[in-house]
Design a protein around this ligand. Structure first.
Ligand SMILES: *Cc1c(COP(=O)(O)O)cnc(C)c1O
Length: 404
């Protein structure tokens, strides 16, 4: 039975905490984590939640309590994870374009690190030599993922060390006796196809012989989740099975085995999240009816940034006839959440919920137009907890210094 919150529960939460409101459902995260661990149970695998998707420390703690590690994209995410009580051996810092100072700080905290440039690897080697086993993030030249904006492994991508620079990489490793313990690739997001991961393994399998200290193959994240009602779920067990077959014949057949690491973001937290909003104004221009809600790209930027689809339901008028609406925000930009969408008749004041709002929702929010960021609520074992209060006017002034 898939875990989800009912319309009635969502209405109660909106009444109680106000809107706009982000709601996360703990049991859904657990369900997703279990699909991963069960799917991959026949392989020695570990999962690190790519926390850039959602960093509320209650979420970090909850996910860690399930047995999952945390993957970070900045030193501040590492600090948040440590602050949440997560031990350093369960924290991974997969860097991208960062200063060497951040890597030094990560070394001080003792977390796992994947380095993504030859320049930083060289500085790392000069400073730490063979004393701190480290991973390298490679760019495998694979085009994968839902669209180019979320694809990171192709040959024009900024991410990782291009595999065609293997000789330079080996040179730096040898010169500084660096112990490479992990080879990492992350090809993109919204991947539902086992072949992408198999292809990744294929690329890596040609490299492993160059790295005698290797213990881990890290395949990144990117597992797709269903967005539209007719979307299918990614079949994790199928992907695991294909990977296993390939690993056994190509990688584990020379007496060496490696642990497999994954960094799921969206897969763990997309579906657990709901953004509940309220309709401010209806505007019928004769061609289109706009439902203008009390939110905008300041709260959920994915539709505008990636053309992402978010399913929308009118919680307040469930038995009414369906009509076509264009759902827009209140920001002075074109912030369209959905164009020509069928919704049960919408009235001003109705609650509209946007689904799949857990990943890259609140996390990408801002105070643009001097609007407040929404509150966040965690529903766990049937109880609802406020885990971040809504901004107040003071928050807008917090770091400003009056000099005029
Ligand atoms: C963003 C990111 C992920 C997570 O991607 P999802 O599509 O959310 O699963 C994993 N690893 C790295 C290095 C990332 O940058």
């Amino acid at each position: 039975m898939p875990q989800s919150l009912t319309h009635t529960q969502l209405v109660e939460l909106a009444d109680r905490f106000g809107t706009p409101l982000y709601v996360y459902h703990a049991e859904k995260i657990k369900e997703q984590y279990e699909k991963l661990t069960e799917g991959f149970s026949s392989l020695d695998s570990r999962f690190f939640f790519a926390c850039k998707a959602l960093t509320n420390i209650n979420i970090l703690k909850y996910i860690h309590s399930l047995g999952c590690g945390i993957d970070c994209s900045s030193i501040n995410e590492v600090k948040l994870a440590l602050h949440a009580g997560i031990p350093e051996e369960k924290i991974l810092y997969t860097s991208n374009g960062i200063s060497f100072a951040e890597i030094e700080e990560a070394v001080q905290s003792g977390v796992h690190i994947n380095i993504d440039s030859l320049s930083n690897l060289e500085k790392f080697g000069k400073k730490y030599g063979n004393t701190y086993p480290v991973g390298v993030r490679l760019r495998p030249n694979i085009l994968a993922g839902g669209n180019l904006k979320i694809s990171t492994g192709h040959e024009k991508s900024k991410f990782g060390i291009p595999i065609d620079q293997l000789d330079l990489l080996k040179g730096i490793v040898a010169e500084n006796s660096i112990r490479i313990k992990t080879l990492h690739i992350h090809t993109g997001s919204d991947i539902k196809d086992a072949d992408v991961f198999v292809h990744g393994i294929k690329v890596l399998s040609e490299l492993v012989s160059h790295f005698p200290d290797l213990e881990v193959i890290d395949l990144g994240g990117g597992f797709k989740v269903p967005y539209e009602p007719e979307d299918e779920e990614t079949d994790i067990a199928f992907i695991a099975d294909k990977l296993k077959k390939y690993l056994e014949t190509h990688l584990f057949n020379k007496g060496r085995t490696f642990q497999l690491w994954f960094e799921p973001g969206k897969y763990l937290v997309s579906e657990c999240g709901y953004l509940i909003t309220q309709v401010n104004v209806l505007k019928d221009n004769g061609v289109q009816i706009f439902a203008g809600i009390n939110s905008g790209l300041n709260h959920l930027i994915r539709p505008m940034m990636y053309d992402a689809y978010h399913h929308i339901v009118n919680l307040s008028n469930p038995h009414a006839e369906e009509k076509v609406y264009t759902v827009t925000g209140y920001i002075c930009e074109t912030d369209t959440f959905a164009t020509d969408r069928l919704l049960h008749e919408v009235r001003e004041g109705d609650y509209l919920v946007l689904y799949n709002a857990g990943a890259y929702g609140f996390e990408m929010s801002s105070n643009y137009n001097s609007r407040y960021k929404p509150a966040e609520v965690l529903v766990k074992e049937g109880d609802a907890f406020l885990i971040r209060r809504r901004d107040e006017f003071e928050d807008l002034l917090k770091n400003q210094i009056t000099v005029v």
